[in-house]
Design a protein around this ligand. Sequence first.
Ligand code: PGA
Ligand code: ZN
Length: 426
Amino acid sequence: EIVDVDAREILDSRGRPTLRVTAATAAHRTSASVPSGASTGRNEAHELRDGDPDRYGGAGVRRAIGSVTGELRDLVRSRAWPGLAELDEAMVDLDATANRARLGANAIIGVSMAVSRLFAHHENLPLWSWLRLPRRSARLPVPHFNVLNGGAHAQTALAFQEFMIAPLGATSTAEAVRAGADVYRSLRTLLVAAGHGVGLGDEGGFAPQLTQPEDALKLLVQAIAAAGYPLGDTGVSIALDPAASQFRQDDGRYRIGDERLSSAELVERYREIVHAFPVRSIEDGMAEDDDPGWRELTDRLGERIQLVGDDNFVTDAGLIRRAAARGIANAALIKPNQVGTVTETLGAIQACRDHGYTWMISHRSGETADDFIADLAVGTGAGQIKAGAPARGERVAKYNRLMDIETDHPGLPYGVQPLPGEHSAR
Ligand code: PGA
Ligand code: ZN
C-alpha cells in the first residue's frame, strides 16, 4: 500500500528547475527525477511551469509540485493499487485534459516512475526485470553516444542536432562504453589539432563551429579510426538525429548552411550521406508535419537503414500505429516524459512490436542523475539507447547503470534487437 507521494524542486543539467518525486510505503521509499526537452514535438504532453518571471525566469515547477502534494497524493492514498497501470490510468483520468496540461505531465511522470520503483521493490525485482514485457527477453542495449552536438543543443551553424556513435561490434556494455569513451577522446584530440573549440553542447558532445553535416561525419569517421575501431557493424557505426523540424523554414524548405533544400532534395542528401558514411540510423530526418517527405524518406531508405520517429510520434501508441499504416518510418524513439506515464510508454513500445518497428530508449537534453531509462531499455529488450556523450554526470549515470546491470546479472545478451523471428544478438 502506497502511503505517500511527495515532490521537491531540484535543478536539471541546464540549470533549470525540475521535480524529484518520492513515493513511499510504510516500509520503503523510492524517488524519481524528471527530465526536460529543448527540441520538443508539438504533440508532447504538457510540462507544467509556473510562469512566474520572478523565479527562474518563469521556469519554476512549484505548481507541478502542488499537483503531486495535492490531487495526486489524494488519489494515491484513496485506495490500494493492484498495479501501476491502474494508477497511471487514474492519474490521466484525474487530469482530464488531452495533454496532461492541468496537473502537468512532469508531475504525473514523476509519480509514475517513482511508483514503478516502489512496485519493483515490493516484488523484490530489479527495476529492469519488473519492466519486462511478455514474450520478450531482456537485453543490454547498444549505447548511442552523442559525441558531436548542433541544432537546438548548441550555438553553432550546424543544422543537424546529434551525431552519435554506436559500438555495434562490441560484445558487452563494458566494451561498448570503453569504445565510446575512446572515440570521444580521439575526437577531442582531432578537434584540438584542427583548431576547433572543444566546448560542449547540452548533451555533452563537442560543439565545434561547423556548418556542413558531412564535415562533422568526416571528423567522426577519423575519430573512430584513430581510436582503433573498425567502421560499421563490426566496430563502431554512426547514427544521426538531424531533428529536422528545427531547421525547416516557414516556406517548407530545409535550411542547411546557405542552402535551402526541398524535402526531395533533403532525402537525396541523406541518400548520399548513407552512401558515403557508415550511418545505420536517422532520427527525425524530416520535420514532424512533413508527411510526404517522411514517406519519400521511408520509401527510399527504409530498407537500408533505421528511420526513427521522435517529434512526430512523441511516444504515443496511437501516432505510431497511424504512421505504420501510412508507411512512415520503421522505428520509434521512446521518451517516457513525452507521453506522461510509464504505462503509456510501454504501450508505445507495444505498438512498435505490433508493427515490426524497432525502438530506441532516450534521455532528454535536460537531464538529471536519474537512471530509470537504463532499466527501461534492458527490461523491454530495446537493443538501443541514447543518453548523450560518454561524459558528464547526468549522461554517464545511464551508461554506468547499464554496466552495473551487466555486472550484477551475467548472461544478459548485448546488442541491437533481433528482427522479428530472429533470436541471435545481431
Ligand atoms: P530534446 O531533444 O530532449 O531536447 O527534446 C532530444 C531529441 O530530439 O531526441
Ligand atoms: Zn530526436
